[in-house]
Design a protein around this ligand. Structure first.
Ligand code: SF4
Ligand code: SF4
Length: 436
C-alpha cells in the first residue's frame, strides 16, 4: 500500500498535518482557520462546532475540530506525491478498492444550508438538502476537495442523487456504481460483485495502477481497523452516564478514510476515555437512539437541539453513525472482492427493499444502549427514509414499547424552536430516574 494510508502508524509528528498534536497543545487552544475552513470547507458550514471541549475528550475534540483543514492539507499533499483524489457520496462505496488503487477516498456529501439554497438555481427546491448542498458546492466551486478530485464515484441509491450525478457528470469525471435494490436476493449480490469488478477495472484504468488481491486485503485490514476503532468509541456510550455527548462522538470522524493521524487519535481517545469518569451533566438524561438520515458536517442541528433540550444521544444508527461500522469485511476470505461485495451489500439503507436489516439493527441498539426513546430524523424530500418511518414507528411503539418521534426538516434553522418544543414534550412523557 503506497503513501500514508498503508502499513503501521508512523510516529506522531507535530509538524505533519496528518499527525496528532502534542498532548499539551490541544487543550482549549483554537486552531486558525485554514483554506478549507468556514463556508469554503467541503461539507461543513463551519470549521468545527462540537461545543463541549472539556475533560478527557478535549484532545480528540481539538484534533477532529480541525478535521476539514487537515483533510484538505492531507489530500493536497497526497496529490503532490502522485496519489489521485477520489470523491464519493455514499457509504456503500467500497473505499478499500480506492485505497488499493493508491487513491485518497474523500467523502463529499454537503452539509451547508448556503450551498443547498444556491443549488436551487438548477435543482428543484423540493429535493433532499444533502443532495442540494453537495451540488451547490459543485456550482460555486467552493469545496477544495471536490475541486481536487481526479474522479468522482456516484451510486444508484436514491433517485435524487442518481439524477444529480448526471448533471455533475456534465463537467466532472464520474463513474456510477449500480447498487442493487433487492436486499435479500442472491442474484442481486452476484450482480453487485460484478459491479465491484467493473469498478476495480475502471480504477485501474483511470488511476493507472493494478489492484492486486493482496492490495485489497491490506486495504480491508486498514478499513476494518478504522471501523473497529470508531465502533469501540461508539460503544463507550453504552455506559450510564456516558463519557461523551452524542455531539462530541459525532465530531470524532473524518471525511478522508484511514488518515494515520486520525487512527492514532481514535486510539488515544479510547485510552483516555475508557476509564475516565463521565461528566456529571451526562447523568439522569433521557437516553436517545437517533435514527434516520446521515448528519454530515454542518448539518448536526437536530442532534444539538436534542441535547440542548436535556437528552443525550447514546446511539446513532445512521450512515454518519453506526450503520457502516457494525459489519467488517472478512480479512481472510479467499476472494476479497466477494468479501467486499457482501459487506456493502448488507448496508441497511432505506433505498433497499425490504430493509429488515435496519429493523434488526434498531432492535439490537435499543437493547444494548438501553434507550428511553427513538428519534427518527428525515431530511425533507427523502422519500425512502420518510416512508420507512412508518415501519420504524411500529417497531418502536408496538414491539419495543419505546416512545418514538419523527422529525422532518432540512438544513434551514427556521424550525429549530418548533423542533425543540416537540423534543421537550417527548422527554416530559418519559420516566427517567432522577430526570426533571
Ligand atoms: S443513507 Fe443510504 S444512500 Fe445515504 S449514505 Fe447511507 S447508504 Fe448511502
Ligand atoms: S438523505 Fe435520503 S434523499 Fe438524501 S441522499 Fe440520503 S437517501 Fe437520498
Amino acid at each position: 500500500m503506497p503513501g500514508k494510508c498503508g502499513g503501521e502508524l508512523p510516529p506522531i509528528d507535530p509538524k505533519d498535518p496528518c499527525s496528532p498534536p502534542e498532548v499539551g497543545d490541544a487543550l482549549g487552544r483554537a486552531r486558525p482557520a485554514g483554506p478549507a475552513g468556514g463556508e469554503s470547507g467541503p461539507s461543513c458550514g463551519c470549521g468545527s462546532s462540537a461545543r463541549p471541549a472539556g475533560g478527557p475528550a478535549a484532545e480528540a475534540l481539538e484534533w477532529f475540530g480541525g478535521m476539514i483543514n487537515r483533510c484538505t492539507e492531507y489530500a493536497e499533499k497526497g496529490k503532490r506525491e502522485g496519489r489521485p483524489v477520489v470523491g464519493f457520496m455514499c457509504e456503500v462505496t467500497p473505499r478499500e478498492l480506492i485505497l488499493a488503487a493508491g487513491g485518497i477516498p474523500v467523502l463529499l456529501c454537503g452539509g451547508s444550508a448556503r450551498t443547498a439554497e444556491e443549488a436551487e438555481e438548477v435543482l428543484p427546491a423540493n429535493l433532499c438538502p444533502l443532495i442540494k448542498s453537495t451540488f451547490g458546492y459543485h456550482l460555486d466551486r467552493s469545496n477544495p476537495l471536490l475541486e481536487a478530485a481526479d474522479l468522482l464515484v456516484g451510486d444508484t441509491t436514491c433517485d435524487g442523487k442518481k439524477k444529480m450525478f448526471e448533471l455533475l457528470a456534465g463537467d466532472r469525471p464520474l463513474y456510477i456504481l449500480e447498487y442493487p435494490q433487492k436486499a435479500d436476493d442472491p442474484d442481486a449480490l452476484d450482480h453487485w460483485e460484478r459491479e465491484l469488478g467493473k469498478f476495480k477495472a475502471e480504477l485501474e484504468t483511470r488511476l493507472g495502477k493494478e489492484i492486486t488481491k493482496e492490495g485489497i486485503r491490506e486495504a480491508i485490514r486498514l478499513m476494518n481497523r478504522e471501523r473497529r476503532l470508531r465502533r469501540e468509541l461508539a460503544s463507550l456510550m453504552k455506559a450510564d452516564p456516558p463519557p461523551l455527548s452524542g455531539r462530541q462522538l459525532l465530531e470524532m470522524k473524518s471525511i478522508v478514510s484511514c488518515v494515520p493521524g486520525d487512527l492514532a487519535m481514535y486510539e488515544r481517545a479510547l485510552d483516555l476515555l475508557r476509564d475516565a469518569p463521565a461528566p456529571a451533566e451526562h447523568a439522569r438524561r433521557p437516553r436517545v437512539l437517533l435514527t434516520g438520515v446521515p448528519m454530515v458536517h454542518g448539518a448536526e442541528r437536530v442532534l444539538e437541539i436534542i441535547e440542548d433540550s436535556g437528552g443525550i444521544v447514546v446511539a446513532q444508527e445512521s450512515c454518519t453513525g453506526l450503520k457502516p461500522l457494525v459489519e467488517d469485511v472478512d480479512e481472510d476470505a479467499a476472494d476479497p472482492l466477494r468479501a467486499l461485495a457482501e459487506k456493502y451489500f448488507h448496508m441497511p439503507c432505506s433505498v433497499r427493499t425490504p430493509n429488515g436489516r435496519r429493523m434488526d439493527l434498531l432492535r439490537s441498539l435499543a437493547k444494548e444502549y438501553r434507550v428511553h426513546c427513538v428519534i427518527d430524523l428525515v431530511w425533507q424530500a427523502c422519500i425512502t427514509y420518510d416512508v420507512e418511518s412508518a415501519l420504524v414507528k411500529a417497531l418502536c411503539e408496538e414491539e419495543l414499547g419505546i416512545p418514538y418521534l419523527r422529525i422532518l426538516t432540512d438544513y434551514s434553522p427556521s424550525d429549530s424552536a418548533r423542533i425543540a418544543v416537540r423534543v421537550e414534550a417527548l422527554f416530559e412523557t418519559l420516566r427517567v430516574p432522577g430526570h426533571g
